[in-house]
Ligand binder design. Structure first.
Ligand SMILES: [Zn+2]
Length: 226
């Protein structure tokens, strides 16, 4: 474990997907923390036919980490916002690290996407199962934000770059982009944004009401500033 005294968030460029004729980026994030390096979401992986359905232009997590002069061995801990193929696809690369996920999300994935669940071989993962909100390391919390999936979680990082009071949200897919984050609640949602619209709206409201300094998205390179 590499000790550092700053708290920093670094963006990874993991893949691109084609959604409704548009190119979507896939981002993960590394939180550089005094206690170690945390990876939030591991990128795209899955059976070939699935990747070709999504016209995935994929990179290995190792390649993406190389952009920020890191390697998979530097990652001490993984957090999955949820278990869709573009967020946990390369979990296997980080089998040396504990992986924090909501118990409800593992149960959902088992039932809703059994084939993918088996493909990933999740049974061998070092899952640390969470039941709701939890502090992972000091200043890094996950909060349950169901709606996109029933076991979705988002990550709140306090005090980046030494600024006490700053809160960065790594939102996962609780909002795909700045548009869904800021848009009217009755606005038309992209396919898949909300499996449960009422829960989705409540989760988004919860995130907004935490008045984050910055919001970072998995499918939008833009960062929303307060
Ligand atoms: Zn998703």
């Amino acid at each position: 474990m590499v000790m550092r005294d700053t708290l920093e968030i670094k963006r990874l460029h993991l893949a691109r997907l084609e959604v409704g004729g548009q190119q979507w980026p896939v981002h993960g994030f590394v939180v550089i923390h005094p206690a170690g390096a945390l990876l939030v979401d591991t990128g795209v992986g899955g059976p070939d036919e699935m990747l070709s359905d999504w016209r995935a232009v994929n990179r290995t997590a190792a390649e993406a980490l190389g952009d920020i002069d890191m390697s998979p061995a530097d990652i001490d801990l993984v957090i999955n916002t949820h278990l869709h193929f573009d967020h946990c696809g390369q979990n296997a690369v980080f089998s040396h690290a504990p992986c924090y996920v909501q118990r409800a999300e593992v149960e959902r994935a088992k039932v809703e996407s059994r084939d993918l669940f088996d493909w990933f071989g999740f049974m061998n993962a070092r899952f640390e199962l969470l039941d709701g909100d939890a502090e992972i390391v000091p200043g890094v919390r996950v909060i349950a934000t169901p709606g996109h999936t029933s076991g979705h979680q988002s990550v709140l990082v306090s005090g980046t770059a030494g600024a006490t009071g700053d809160v960065d949200v790594l939102i996962g897919d609780a909002a795909y982009t700045t548009v869904q984050y800021g848009g009217p609640e009755d606005g038309k949602l992209p396919p898949g944004q909300a499996a449960d619209p009422a829960a989705w709206r409540a989760s988004l409201q919860r995130i907004r009401s935490s008045d984050p300094t910055r919001v970072h998205f998995c499918h939008d390179t833009a960062v929303l500033h307060r």
